[in-house]
Write a new protein. Structure first.
Length: 172
């Protein structure tokens, strides 16, 4: 098989693996419209943008996507989905936890909500998810580097698109 095809195949495997984290990260802006009972987790530490419902919705979506992946059972996947529920929880908690830790650090550095903090804004949820799934998934360093680079670039494009569509309040 051609070397380029092998590289592309591996990149697709890495992106497929990360789908639960990507979807978890994209979910909270959709529930920001649920006013009233959608309270901030801790306004002083994380700001008003990190809500309980958004955090939990991200976890639920990650579990749901991991379940779908377990049913697809793609033989090219990088992980066995026999423990899909725990893997989904790890993706969700990792992605939402990474995003929350970044928000905490942003507040500590006096960076305003919605202000750009490159590369943290793009990679917080990815790093959190990768750390959380490490008991189930063993990735090569080149896999991790590819995931980080592609996630960084894709996050910028998707967030700008969401901003222009009115889904997000900021480009970052």
């Amino acid at each position: 098989m051609d070397h380029g095809v092998l590289i592309l195949s591996r990149i697709l495997q890495c992106l497929y693996l990360m789908l639960p984290a990507y979807f978890a990260n994209m979910t909270p802006p959709f529930v920001r419209f649920w006013k009233g009972w959608n309270r901030p987790i801790n306004q002083r530490l994380l700001g008003t943008h990190k809500t309980i419902v958004g955090f939990l919705a991200g976890i639920v979506i990650a579990v749901a996507i991991t379940y779908v992946q377990s049913r697809i059972n793609w033989n090219g996947s990088l992980v066995a989905y026999s423990h899909w529920f725990f893997l989904g929880l790890a993706f969700g908690f990792g992605a939402m936890g990474g995003d929350s830790i970044k928000s905490l650090l942003k507040r500590r550095r006096a960076i305003a909500p919605g202000s750009s903090w490159i590369p943290m804004d793009q990679l917080d949820f990815v790093v959190g998810a990768l750390l959380a799934i490490s008991p189930w998934v063993r990735l090569a360093w080149l896999d991790v580097i590819a995931i980080l680079i592609i996630s960084f670039l894709a996050d910028i494009v998707i967030n700008h698109l969401a901003f222009w569509l009115g889904i997000r309040q900021s480009k970052w």
